[in-house]
Design a protein around this ligand. Structure first.
Ligand SMILES: Nc1ncnc2c1ncn2[C@@H]1O[C@H](COP(=O)(O)OP(=O)(O)O)[C@@H](O)[C@H]1O
Ligand SMILES: N[C@@H](CCC(=O)OP(=O)(O)O)C(=O)O
Length: 380
């Protein structure tokens, strides 16, 4: 590591006005022995120091399940959903109290926000969450966000907080997402298993080679580096840089804000995409798949056109009108995602047909396109 060195790529961090900081379970929970209170105090001191420089910080914090387990006297992480939900409900109280106490030492007020996937996938609730969070930030309150583990089930959960952090960075158009974990950053192999692994200091968020070196998490964390690299890609969609760094480095947040070269910096390589398309891109739940012919792939990629039924060769899944579907090419490569205008049954009847025949085939026409370009996002 080159301590103290300033590099141009880090400017985005040193000039950041709004930052989402994510603190993972692996760090917060002191090797499974409940919350590491002194360490949390240290991160809060750093966030307060950033706030006094005029930087707005939104915190995404894990740790509810681990804190709940300790308070309930459980030694091992439960495997049943209902016990995880119970542990999260107990532990979230402990977490909130811990942050409130530490931020209180600095005269800062916190707000607890518990989000579910549904809150961010329903457009109306997404807009509500955005306005509530922006208001809190304007009021100089520090939002402390976690997934609402008590009401989510496996099929609809983010599971890891890296993804949640990235979606919050998108929601608030943050300049940077800082993911604090128990490693110094992303290495070219998992350093837990490979002592010769080397730190990757910089990369492009969209670089597919990064996903290949990122492995799963430790005993306490959920997603490992896989979800951190994916989070960087999502954050890049709104133009945010991502830094993956060790929360154990002294004054890590302040040093990053000073432009110091710490951890792994992942930068966006394209212009930010508009808020609505970003929201579309962030949707994790896909209800079906449309297979496009080569011509449709070309126009979607080349000119950002709508998807017409004539360019679709096959459809799978049981989707309703308005659901999110994935568009793939004939080799199965992901091309785009979008909200479909017809349900699965009707979509199948009009595949490969010119739009002029929709009325004759279905007895009605909702729209001439299967997915309108405003509801379609082409994937990297
Ligand atoms: N290429 C890699 N570089 C660094 N860490 C890696 C890599 N692949 C896998 N990991 C693992 O990811 C872990 C961090 O992720 P995780 O346990 O989910 O923590 P958190 O709770 O902070 O999200 C590390 O402890 C490490 O073992
Ligand atoms: N929402 C969960 C945390 C999920 C989790 O561990 O995520 P991560 O820190 O990204 O590995 C909790 O508070 O226990």
């Amino acid at each position: 590591m080159h301590s103290g060195e300033r590099v141009p790529g880090r400017d985005a961090l040193s000039s950041a006005r709004r930052v989402v900081v994510k603190i993972g379970s692996a760090l917060l929970t002191n090797d499974g022995r409940g919350l590491d209170d002194p360490a949390i105090g240290g991160w809060v001191d750093q966030i307060a120091a950033l706030a006094s420089r005029g930087i707005e910080v939104v915190l995404v914090s894990s740790g509810a399940v681990a804190a709940g387990m300790v308070r309930l006297g459980w030694r091992a992480r439960p495997s049943s959903v209902r016990e995880l939900q119970a542990a999260a409900a107990v532990g979230q109280n402990v977490l909130t109290e811990t942050y409130e106490n530490h931020f209180g030492r600095h005269g800062l007020v916190t707000a607890q926000i518990l989000l579910t996937h549904d809150d961010l996938s329903n457009r109306k609730r997404y807009l509500n969450a955005r306005s509530a969070l922006s208001t809190l930030v304007d009021l100089k309150v520090v939002p402390v966000i976690n997934e609402n583990d008590t009401v989510v089930t496996d099929e609809i959960r983010f599971g890891d907080n890296d993804t949640l952090g990235a979606l919050v960075a998108n929601l608030l158009e943050a300049d940077a997402l800082v993911i604090l974990t128990d490693q110094e950053g992303l290495f070219d192999a998992d350093p837990r298993h490979d002592p010769s692994a080397r730190l990757i200091e910089e990369g492009r968020a969209d670089d597919a080679r990064l996903a290949a070196v990122a492995g799963g998490g430790g005993a306490l964390g959920r997603g490992g580096m896989t979800t951190k690299v994916r989070a960087a890609r999502l954050a890049a969609r709104s133009g945010a840089v991502t830094v993956i760094a060790s929360g154990r480095q002294p004054r890590v947040l302040e040093r990053l804000a000073d432009g110091e070269r710490l951890g792994t910096l992942l930068t966006p390589d394209r212009a930010p995409i508009a808020a609505r398309k970003r929201w579309l891109a962030g949707q994790l739940q896909v209800r079906g798949t449309l297979t496009l012919d080569a011509g449709a792939v070309r126009v979607l990629r080349g000119s950002g056109s709508s998807l017409l039924p004539v360019g679709v060769k096959a459809s799978s899944g049981d989707f309703a009108r308005g659901d999110m579907v994935l568009c793939v090419d004939e080799q199965g490569e992901r091309i785009a995602k979008g909200l479909v205008n017809y349900n699965a049954e009707d979509a199948r009847k009009i595949l490969g047909q010119p739009s002029g025949r929709i009325c004759e085939l279905l007895g009605y026409m909702e729209a001439p396109e299967l997915i309108h370009r405003d509801n379609l996002v082409v994937l990297a």
